[in-house]
Design a protein around this ligand. Structure first.
Ligand code: DGJ
Length: 420
């Protein structure tokens, strides 16, 4: 049974964090392939787009870098690569990759194009995506493929371009400026209606995302408001993609969003995947599900077994938890003054078996599961949670400051040998 663990880092076959952000996911020959921004923990330079695969959303295989940094050009040194979207073209059988490229200050945006022969192989960068012979100088993008195989590019502010039959050019601007001020577009179709999702422009900070609805991609598009409860900041995430999952209850649209964590995006940023309820009158995600199965739509309760009250902003102070088992779950609270905790797991011989960082920052407080370790052979271990003394802080291109006002780590409990 597939299980989705929301808002916490996932790990691959080697215990490394699944590092895929601004992502998309598609199914090929029974396997799911996740493509996303491969980040570092200290800067924002393009270091590649990653590809991971899974059968169950729990066990992830790192397939490699689908597009490594280029020697020069749009994804060369000191450039940015974001919001990678991959489509399989039914006409050519090729995999087409679109992305936002930019300079480090986000002042030279351009949509880029790459093409691959296989879903988990390396793609070849082609240069800018052209419309009327000219590069499309836009930034945040999304993609959508309609039932007839026609593909569309979605951009910030709400432009929709139809792509050529081989998906390698934009050939028609079919809708324009639907969402002034909108970023991170995502689109899906359900019950004959089209839904178009956007975030507001708050850099990597979360906000209340919203949507439009239409009978045709060409519009008219009706503004419908929020799809998550007001003030939840889209359950602390920013929309990036919607895919369909065929489970026991039929076909459901699944929202995919980012819980960003600059600068430690590689270790601490996480994905949020939630089932969407969509019908003729609108769409909503009525509740946040911490752990759930897309097969059954059941939630899996995640509760601590042992309670803790550790709260500190003193750099180097740590909470040490000896445990027996093959996995440990850690619970805690995120809030405006939260910062990073360094996580270390040592085995009985004192050897480090896992190391990562987790983030205790969120603009709206949130209590729950913060970390679920990778599986380790059953035994005696010690988990050490150390206050790093650093909180996530970043600035947008206008110089506005975002992020944490402190560096607190607050733990509320843990559970060992979990079968979550
Ligand atoms: C908002 C965009 O939606 C993200 O993809 C990212 O580019 C941030 N801006 C960077 O500030």
């Amino acid at each position: 049974m597939a299980k989705i663990y929301n808002g916490i880092p996932w790990f691959d076959q080697d215990g490394n964090t699944v590092n895929a952000h601004g992502a998309c996911i598609l199914k090929e020959k029974g396997r799911w392939y996740l493509f996303g921004e491969y980040k570092t923990d200290d800067e924002n330079k393009y270091i590649g787009f990653s590809c991971y695969s899974t059968l169950d959303f729990t066990n992830w295989k790192f397939e490699g870098l689908a597009l490594p940094p280029q020697k020069d050009d749009l994804l060369g040194p000191d450039r940015i690569g974001e919001r990678v979207k991959v489509l399989k073209c039914p006409k050519t059988g090729k995999f087409v990759m679109l992305m936002h490229t930019d300079d480090l200050k986000y002042c030279d945006p351009c949509i880029g194009l790459a093409v691959g022969d296989s879903i988990n192989g390396e793609f070849t960068f082609q240069g800018p995506l052209l419309y009327q012979g000219k590069p499309l100088k836009m930034w945040d993008i999304g993609t959508f493929v309609d039932d007839d195989g026609t593909a569309y590019l979605l951009t910030h502010e709400g432009n929709i371009y139809r792509l050529s039959k081989d998906y390698t050019q934009a050939v028609e601007l079919i809708a324009e400026n639907i969402a002034p001020g909108g970023e991170s577009p995502a689109c899906f179709k359900a019950k004959g209606k089209y839904f178009l999702l956007f975030s507001h422009k708050t850099s990597w900070e979360r906000n209340d995302n919203y949507y439009f609805m239409a009978d045709s991609l060409y519009g008219p598009w009706e503004y419908k408001g929020l799809f998550c409860p007001k003030g939840s900041l889209t359950y602390n995430s920013q929309c990036s993609f919607v895919f369909h999952y065929d489970g026991e209850k039929g076909r459901i649209p699944v929202y995919m969003g980012d819980r960003w964590s600059f600068p430690r995006q590689a270790s601490a940023a996480a994905l949020v995947l939630l089932p969407i309820e969509a019908g003729e009158s609108g769409m909503e995600i009525p509740q946040y599900l911490e752990i759930w199965s897309p097969d059954t739509l059941n939630t899996i309760p995640a509760k601590p077994e042992k309670l803790l009250s550790f709260r500190s902003n003193v750099e180097g102070e740590s909470c040490v938890i000896p445990f027996h088992g093959s996995r440990i779950a850690l619970f805690g609270r995120t809030f405006q003054e939260g910062g990073y905790a360094d996580i270390d797991i040592f085995n009985g011989e004192g050897k480090l078996v896992h190391k990562t960082a987790i983030d205790f920052y969120s603009l709206v407080p949130c209590e729950g599961l913060r970390y679920l370790s990778p599986m380790v052979p059953e035994g005696d271990y010690t988990l050490k949670v150390t206050v790093s003394g650093v909180g996530g802080v970043w600035y947008n291109k206008k110089g506005d400051r975002f992020g944490s006002k402190g560096c607190f780590v607050e733990l509320t409990g843990w559970k060992a040998d979990v079968n979550l």
